[in-house]
Ligand binder design. Structure first.
Ligand code: ADP
Length: 620
């Protein structure tokens, strides 16, 4: 037996891995070329790791080897191989890293791809790394040979048919790095043609930081695009660079190039705003955002500290000369230079967005529709730029068609003469909001109201207490301002007073108070929050978040529309017989109906049953 084949260990993939493999091979087959992007990206990562290590540690295997990627193809044999002089893998890494789903959420994404139409999947695929396993789209059996950069490492060979298991064995290997090789499936044989390889590399990996050689010919242009003068950069180059660093399939919505000197920080940056958001904006945190370079050497491929959370959608590169190369991540994170860069980037990005507002509204709206829910949170998290963020907020309003968004400034410009506040109403969606009884007075008087249906709004808007000296007010609260002509006190009305007293008696401690409404037009009753009570939207949200816990709900105030026909009928019944049990039943039902509209009715089955009972009697 030779030294090489003495121990071949067999391993099983984890269940989720098998599922992933199955999906890759059967669902992504229309995007075969992705495998090349994934393999090159892994090779670049491995090269980046060794380049970073070499800055401080020359005691590694092949310390002088050129950092490069080499692809070898053989058209006749239909074979393909890709080698890198990167950091290589230890046996443990080989077993554990190859064979697990690295990014959480990858399986969810793949499920979506499977369900989705082709156009959808193309966009989705760009958002996650299918990783090494994409290679099984083009090969039935794959071999990895690797040796880690540590001097005392050994060589290993990994092989798998991608069907459920893989094997690992020790082999003699005298150099550092990794080679992945396989025979191409017949339906993927174009990847042993020079032309296909070259054009795919140019499409996806032209900006890899290391030379990519096809045989002996160098295929990619290695250049730090962000170091070029902006007028020398072509749009195509920008788009491709963006796609390369972001894995997006689409062109970016816009970009920003910076060359900052002598303001407490020296750096260049090339930043992009994507067109579309990931399926789940909150996943944004897991996405790589800013690649941090120090003098052209990548020191972090996802530097979260360079941008505040609410601008996390921005992708790009920052290259500074102010950080030493060989510092630890902790030092980088706590460096004052980082704070300075972060604050400059933040204000430049806000300026870019503002420039879109002024010059290209449509572009701004595309941005806002994609990233608005994340962006808005800046109102609460970025105190220094709070006012700028507020200027950039956009809202639907009751007097404008759905989908049309305006700023607070535009709202103020359209205010009625005697209008004292900026009004808002929040709820699940526009339909629900439009039928909210609390909007009736405003509709009748053509007073515009901001309609908030993004769940994030209730955490943002109530914290803006004032804009341009006008207070922001929820119209779900008791103390709405009426127009001066409606403020005139009506003479005492005994009948109304008695009826209101009956409402109070019947509802007892279910409501905080019952009052005659000045705002209702078409509805008989409504529930509002008290003046000093918790903002009703916030309360709804808190209740939602503590679904299981009993959230203490503050008592609402019931407003009764005494000119509504239904209430007038009740008055008549009351005059005829003030002890008629139907009165109490109707009052209960009115209350539950209002709770229902409010989204707070716990047991709607009882409500429906009472309603049916009353209908039965009415139709008798
Ligand atoms: P991802 O790159 O998203 O982590 P992959 O499935 O592509 O997922 O790769 C899994 C892991 O395998 C990598 O994170 C890396 O640790 C290791 N790996 C893959 N290719 C190489 C390579 N060429 N050199 C060194 N390590 C590699």
């Amino acid at each position: 037996m030779t030294e090489e084949s003495k121990t071949i260990q067999q391993f099983e993939y984890k269940a989720e891995m098998k599922q992933l493999l199955n999906l890759i091979v059967h669902s992504l087959y229309t995007h075969k070329e992705i495998f090349l992007r994934e393999l090159i990206s892994n090779a670049s990562d491995a090269l980046n790791k060794i380049r970073y290590r070499l800055l401080t540690d020359k005691d590694v295997l092949d310390a002088e080897a050129e950092l490069a990627i080499t692809i070898t193809i053989d058209e006749k044999a239909q074979t393909f191989s890709i080698s890198d002089t990167g950091t290589g893998m230890t046996q443990d890494e080989l077993i554990n890293n190859i064979g697990t789903v690295a990014r959480s959420g990858t399986l969810d994404f793949l499920d979506k791809v499977k369900e989705g139409k082709d156009t959808v999947s193309e966009h989705l695929i760009g958002q996650f790394g299918v990783g090494f396993y994409s290679v099984f789209m083009v090969a039935d059996e794959v071999t990895i040979e690797t040796r880690h950069a540590d001097r005392d490492s050994k060589g290993y060979r990994w092989t798998s048919k991608g069907e459920g298991n893989f094997s690992v064995e020790e082999i003699a290997l005298d150099h550092r790095g990794t080679t992945i090789s396989f025979k191409l499936k017949d339906e993927a044989k174009e990847f042993c043609h020079e032309y296909t390889i070259k054009s795919t590399i140019q499409k996806y990996s032209n900006f890899a930081d290391f030379p990519i050689n096809l045989g002996t010919e160098r295929v990619n242009t290695v250049e730090a695009l962000w170091r070029k003068n902006s007028q020398d950069i072509k749009d195509d180059e920008l788009n491709e660079f963006y796609k390369f660093i972001s894995n997006d399939f689409d062109n970016p919505l816009g970009h920003l190039q910076l060359n900052i000197e002598g303001t407490g920080a020296n750096f260049r940056a090339l930043l992009f705003v994507p067109k579309t958001a990931p399926v789940d904006l909150l996943r944004m945190q897991q996405e790589k955002s800013i690649h941090l370079y120090t003098n052209k050497v990548l020191i972090m491929d996802d530097c979260k500290d360079l941008l505040p959370e609410y601008l996390r959608f921005v992708k790009g590169v920052v290259d500074t000369s102010d950080l030493p190369l060989n510092v630890s991540r902790e030092v980088v994170q706590s460096s004052p230079v980082m704070d300075k860069i972060r604050s400059i980037l933040t204000s430049k990005i806000l300026n870019l967005l503002k420039s879109w507002v002024n010059k290209d509204k449509e572009k701004y709206m595309t941005f806002y529709k994609s990233f608005g829910p994340l962006f808005k949170t800046g109102v609460n998290s970025d105190y220094n730029n709070r006012d700028k963020v507020i200027e950039l907020l956009r809202f639907e309003t009751s007097l404008r068609p759905g989908g049309e968004l305006i700023s607070l400034k535009e709202y103020i410009a359209g205010m009625k003469d005697k209008q004292e506040a900026i009004y808002y109403l929040s709820g699940d969606n526009r339909g629900v909001l439009e039928s909210n009884p609390n909007l009736e007075y405003f509709k009748k008087n053509e007073i515009d109201v901001l309609l908030l249906s993004d769940p994030v709004d209730v955490f943002v808007v109530p914290t803006i207490t004032e804009y341009d000296k006008k207070p922001l007010k929820s119209i779900d609260k008791e103390d709405i301002d009426l127009l001066p002509e409606d403020k005139v006190e009506k003479p005492e009305d005994n009948l109304s007073n008695e009826l209101i007293a009956l409402f109070k008696d019947t509802l007892n401690d279910k409501v905080g108070n019952v009052i005659v409404s000045k705002r209702l037009v078409d509805s008989p009753v409504t529930l509002v929050a008290s003046k000093d009570g918790m903002d009703p939207q916030m309360e709804k949200m808190m209740k939602f978040m503590q679904r299981d816990a009993q959230f203490p709900v503050t008592k609402k105030i019931m407003e009764v529309n005494t000119s509504h026909p239904l209430i007038q009928n009740l008055s008549r019944k009351y005059i005829a017989d003030s002890t008629d049990p139907m009165l109490a039943r109707c009052i209960e039902l009115l209350y539950e109906g209002a709770m229902y509209i409010d989204g707070n009715l716990p047991a709607s089955a009882d409500f429906i049953k009472s309603m049916f009972d009353i209908m039965k009697e009415a139709t008798n």
